[in-house]
Design a protein around this ligand. Structure first.
Ligand SMILES: [Zn+2]
Length: 148
């Protein structure tokens, strides 16, 4: 597992990782400010998964990546590089790794929403060290005081 923190657009995709044979992460909702989606693409069958943190399936995911998965892939490419992401998903994409990733077609199955979200919450807790009591603007959507 390769946790990522720096140099990314945390407001849109606060968490992305290449782990457990998947590109997976947490994507904030484009419309409802407080909702987040847990999205993933698996390496073995390119299974696409997207659901809210309350495990409600994403309505926009029908065989092709929904906007959350597209955001997730975009962010993973930004952080790891498209070639590395494609290689992690065992795609033979060559120069057009990013295009290939965005054009993924795969079966839709429920993903490891709870596992990913729990890891994300643990990551958030890393931020809660002494001296940073000020609100973190990127995390304004996060429902403080509620546990998973
Ligand atoms: Zn989605």
């Amino acid at each position: 597992m390769v946790p990522t923190v720096h140099g990314r657009r945390l407001g849109k995709v606060p968490y992305v990782e290449l782990a457990d044979g998947r590109v997976q992460g947490v994507v904030s909702s484009g419309s409802a400010g407080e909702r987040v989606y847990v999205s993933s693409v698996s390496a073995d069958s390119r299974t696409l998964s997207c659901a809210t943190n309350n495990n409600r399936p994403c309505g926009g995911l029908r065989g092709a990546p929904c906007k959350h998965i597209r955001s997730l892939i975009d962010e993973a490419c930004r952080h790891y590089g498209a070639e590395r992401v494609a290689a992690y998903l065992r795609m033979d994409a060559g120069q057009d790794a990013k295009d290939a990733l965005m054009g993924l077609q795969g079966p839709v199955e429920p993903g490891p929403t709870g596992v990913v979200f729990t890891r994300f919450l643990r990551y958030l807790s890393y931020l809660e060290h002494p001296g940073t009591t000020a609100p973190i603007p990127e995390m304004h959507w996060f429902p403080a005081g509620r546990s998973a």
